[in-house]
Design a binder for this molecule. Structure first.
Ligand code: KG4
Ligand code: ZN
Length: 342
């Protein structure tokens, strides 16, 4: 039996979870700061790290209490080491190192995106080879996995991540932060009436969303200047349709090019209802099995960090107490650096 305490603090959530064995969660707590950052229209890094300092011990206490365990019962500490906001990552990492030192426990440094990908391990083992479409606030990537913890980036965004484009469009349309979930709801109520450019139709597996984002912003600006009303629901529907089209078609191309039959989605934007439906339809049509993370595991949380950490724990992939944050490390380098993979 193993008990892993996982800590995730890479952005504006302080999250912790206790995992027993492979996938039996005793507790999971997410302390969101969204209300604080919403006032500024986005995450303010300095405020995020200060709030983390305030909440880290409170969340730890609550997570252990909910799990009905004490620190002396825990077998390993897992923590997000990056990518993310430097100040935010530091708070979680320092807490993890202090706990590992005090209770003489192994430390497991987990890559944030690896965590998102392994949220798909929640109900049953991932089937390889597979492709994961990672869509979050900071990443839009197609990742090929031939086997466990082998990551090859076969497509990436050349500019804005898809979540970032959603949030910037949301800001221009005066929607509450974060814009992604709001635009998703509005899109369901609107019709596709505005013509927007198709992003990066170049036959590659890369994405580009900044041209589309600018087109939406310009369209809105023109309407405001001419004092013409704009139907925000319809604009949301039109924007979302182009985004989904690009994500689905590039993903299907990737599956075909690599002869892969299993697909997973991961990251905050994988909560998008339109994207989930469109991907389900495309997968049925192309005889692909699709795995979608439960909605509770799409945004940042510590369960995903624990799920990835458990596989590292079983393979003795531990970090020493000098572990530092890696704000920018990509997942290809991450898997190459693993002792268990050499
Ligand atoms: O994975 P995540 O929680 O944090 C990062 O690692 O970035 O992703 C957050 C992003 C935000 O940009 C948010 O607007 C977006 O995910 N998001 C959505 C939806 N829910 C969250 N975007 C589109 N539709 C949604 N339903
Ligand atoms: Zn994330």
């Amino acid at each position: 039996m193993s008990l892993i305490l996982a800590i995730e603090s890479s952005c504006d959530e302080m999250a912790m979870a206790v995992l027993k064995d492979k996938r039996n969660f005793l507790s999971s707590v997410v302390a969101s700061q969204i209300d604080v950052h919403a006032k500024y229209g986005g995450v303010v890094p300095e405020i995020a790290s200060r709030k983390h300092v305030e909440s880290v011990t409170v969340v730890l206490k609550e997570t252990l209490e909910k799990a009905g365990v004490a620190m002396t019962d825990i077998d390993a500490i897992a923590v997000t080491k990056g990518p993310g906001l430097v100040g935010s990552l530091h708070v979680g990492l320092q807490a993890a190192k202090a706990l590992a030192l005090t209770f003489d426990l192994p430390l497991i440094g987990v890559h944030h995106i690896v965590g998102h990908i392994y949220s798909n391990n929640i109900d049953e083992d991932i089937i390889y080879p597979c492709i994961c479409l990672v869509v979050s606030g900071g990443h839009s990537e197609l990742v090929l996995m031939e086997s466990e913890f082998e990551f090859k980036i076969i497509g990436t965004t050349l500019d804005d991540a898809v979540g970032e484009a959603y949030d910037k469009v949301g800001r221009v349309l005066d929607l509450p932060y974060p814009g992604g979930p709001v635009i998703d709801r509005m899109a369901a109520a609107g019709n596709i009436t505005y013509e927007l450019p198709k992003p990066l139709d170049d036959g590659s597996l890369n994405f580009s969303f900044s041209g589309l984002k600018s087109a939406v912003i310009n369209l809105n600006h023109k309407h405001v200047q001419k004092n013409m009303p704009i139907n925000k629901d319809d604009l949301a529907a039109s924007f979302q349709a182009v985004v989904i089209n690009s994500l689905v078609s590039k993903t299907m191309d990737a599956l075909e090019q690599y002869g892969v039959k299993h697909l997973m989605l991961a990251g905050g934007v994988s909560a998008n209802r339109g994207l989930r439906e469109a991907m389900e339809q495309a997968c049925t049509k192309n005889s692909i099995t699709l795995r979608l993370p439960p909605l509770s595991l799409t945004g940042d949380n510590a369960m995903m960090i624990a799920l990835a950490a458990k596989l590292m724990y079983d393979n003795n992939e531990f970090s020493d107490l000098s572990l530092g944050i890696s704000p920018n490390i990509d997942i290809e380098n991450e898997s190459r650096s693993m002792k268990w993979k050499k």
